[in-house]
Design a protein around this ligand. Structure first.
Ligand code: EPZ
Length: 430
C-alpha cells in the first residue's frame, strides 16, 4: 500500500489546474448506459473511482476508453448491448457509487442485479430511498445473497418525495425516469451542482428534465435517448481542498478551471476565518471556467461551521476545514449533519498535536496548536485530504498510510502539490 511522506512548513505558491468533478463524472458515465450510441465526456478526472466504474462497465459488456486531453481526460462510452446486468460485489464494495448503474440498467434493459453496497467508514450509507423511488416507478425489487434484483417491463412516471435529501438517490431516479412512460416529479430532490450537470447531460441526450438545481425536478419520459458530447463541471471539493492548502500553509495559490459559483459557502467560511479569496480572469478551453486566488494575508481566526446540503457548507469539505481550524485562534464548533460518523480524521489530527473534542455530531477545535509530523492512517477519501493538509502545516515529517483512499478522488495530488512547493513524495510499497 502506498504512503505519502510530507515535510511540512513550506508556504505553497503557484498555479493549480482543477480537474473535473469525480461526483459529476460517475453519474455521467452511468447515464451512458441509457443509450446504445456513443457518449463522449470531457474533463473527466483520472482517479481510482473512474477506473473502478470503467471496470464495472466492462463487466456489463460496455466498451469505454479514456484518453488524455489538454484539459482533463476524455472518456468515450458506447453501451450497444449488455453481456450481463450484474454489478458484482467485488466492484461495488470498492465504490458504493456503483449503485448509480441501477436506474439506467433498469430503465434501458428492464433488469439490474447490483450488489448491496455495505456501509463505509463515514456511515451506514443506506440506499432505501433509491429502491423506494424505483418501486414507485413500477420496478419489482427483491433481495437475495446480498444483491438487489430489480426488474420492470417498462417504468412508469410517478411522483416521489425524498424523506431525506439524497444526491445519488436523485441522480438514480432522474436517470430511470428519463426513459419511463409518462411524467415523474421528484420532490425534496438534491440541489448539488453534480445533479444539475447530470440533468444537463441527460437533456443533451434527448431527455426532458426541468427543475434540476431546485428541490422539485420534473422528468417527462421519452422512448429513447441518443449519444452526445459533454464537459464535466470542475470539482468544487478539490478546489476547496487546494484553497485550504494555500491558507493552512500561509501561502498563495491560483486555481484555474474552477466554477466559483459552486464554492460560495466554502469561500464565505474561509473569508470569515481571515482568508482572502480573489477572482481572476476566465480560464480553460474557451475561457469557459473561472480562476480564483486563495491566500492568508493576516491572522487565522476560528469560525464555527455546520455542514448542510448544497448550497450549504459541503460535508465533503468538513475534514479539510477541521485541519485548518487547528491553526486558527480560538475555539470552533464543527457540526456534521449529513453523516453519522465523519470525524475519523479528528483522532489522527489529535495525534499530530491538535486539541479536538468530539461529541456525537459535534467537534470542538481549540487553536492554534502547533502540529508535529507523525505516522497517521487514512480512513476515507476526505479524511485523507485532511491529513495531507495537516502534514503540510506540521513541523517535521508526516507519513500517511493507505493513500489509496485519496487516490480515489484526487488526481496525482502529491505531484500537483509538489509543483507548488510542497515537500511531499509517494512511497510505493508492494
Ligand atoms: C454523495 O453521496 C457523494 N458521492 C458524497 O461524496 C457526498 O458526501 C454526499 O453525496 C453528500 O453530499 C457521490 O456523489 C458519488 P446522500 P451519496 O445519498 O449520494 C442518507 C465523496 O467524498 N440516505 O446524499 O451516497 C445518507 O445516509 C463522497 O466524494 C438515506 O438515508 O449521499 C446520508 O445520511 C463521500 N437513504 C444522507 O442521506 C438513501 O437511500 C445523504 O446521503 C440515501 C441516502
Amino acid at each position: 500500500m502506498d504512503k505519502f511522506r510530507i515535510h511540512g512548513g513550506v508556504p505553497l505558491s503557484g498555479t493549480v489546474v482543477i480537474r473535473g468533478a469525480k461526483n459529476a463524472a460517475l453519474p455521467a458515465m452511468a447515464a451512458a448506459l441509457l443509450t446504445g450510441e456513443r457518449v463522449v465526456l470531457h474533463n473527466v478526472p483520472r482517479v481510482r473511482d473512474i477506473a473502478t466504474l470503467r471496470s464495472l462497465l466492462d463487466e456489463l459488456g460496455v466498451d469505454s476508453s479514456i484518453a488524455h486531453e489538454e484539459y482533463g481526460n476524455r472518456v468515450e462510452i458506447e453501451a450497444r448491448q449488455l453481456i450481463s446486468p450484474v454489478a458484482p460485489y467485488e466492484l461495488v464494495k470498492q465504490m458504493r457509487a456503483s449503485v448509480l448503474v441501477l436506474g439506467p440498467l433498469l430503465a434501458r434493459f428492464g433488469h439490474a442485479r447490483v450488489s448491496l453496497p455495505g456501509g463505509c467508514a463515514i456511515g451506514a450509507r443506506p440506499i432505501n430511498l433509491h429502491l423506494k423511488g424505483l418501486e414507485r416507478l413500477g420496478a419489482t425489487i427483491t433481495m437475495d445473497h446480498g444483491y438487489i434484483d430489480a426488474r420492470a417491463e417498462r417504468l412508469r412516471g410517478a411522483a416521489f418525495h425524498f424523506d431525506t435529501i439524497s444526491v445519488t438517490g436523485t441522480e438514480n431516479l432522474m436517470m430511470a425516469a428519463s426513459l419511463a412512460e409518462g411524467t415523474t416529479v421528484l420532490e425534496n430532490a438534491a440541489l448539488e451542482p453534480e445533479v444539475q450537470d447530470l440533468a444537463c447531460l441527460l437533456n443533451a441526450m434527448g431527455a426532458r428534465i426541468q427543475g434540476a438545481g431546485t428541490s422539485r425536478i420534473t422528468i417527462e419520459g421519452v422512448g429513447r435517448l441518443h449519444g452526445t458530447e459533454h464537459t464535466i463541471i470542475p470539482d468544487r471539493i478539490e478546489a476547496g481542498t487546494f484553497m485550504v492548502a494555500a491558507v493552512i500553509t500561509r501561502g498563495c495559490l491560483r486555481l484555474e478551471r474552477v466554477r466559483t459559483q459552486h464554492l460560495t459557502a466554502v469561500i464565505a467560511k474561509l473569508e470569515e476565518s481571515g482568508a482572502k479569496v480573489s477572482p481572476g480572469p476566465p480560464s480553460g478551453a474557451g475561457q469557459a471556467f473561472d480562476t480564483l486566488t486563495a491566500e492568508l494575508p493576516g491572522g487565522l481566526t476560528a469560525a464555527d461551521v455546520t455542514t448542510r446540503e448544497y448550497p450549504g457548507f459541503p460535508t465533503d469539505m468538513q475534514a479539510q476545514y477541521m485541519a485548518l481550524m487547528t491553526q486558527a485562534s480560538g475555539s470552533s464548533v464543527i457540526t456534521e449533519t449529513i453523516f453519522e460518523n465523519r470525524f475519523l480524521h479528528a483522532l489522527e489530527l489529535v495525534r499530530m498535536g491538535a486539541d479536538i473534542t468530539v461529541d456525537g455530531r459535534r467537534a470542538v477545535v481549540r487553536g492554534p496548536t502547533p502540529l508535529s509530523g507523525a505516522n497517521v492512517q487514512a480512513s476515507d477519501l476526505r479524511a485523507s485530504a485532511s491529513l495531507v493538509l495537516a502534514g503540510l502545516a506540521a513541523e517535521g515529517e508526516t507519513v500517511i498510510d493507505r493513500v489509496y483512499h485519496i487516490d480515489r478522488g484526487y488526481e496525482r495530488i502529491e505531484q500537483r502539490l509538489a509543483q507548488v512547493g510542497a515537500r511531499i513524495q509517494r512511497i510505493s510499497e508492494d
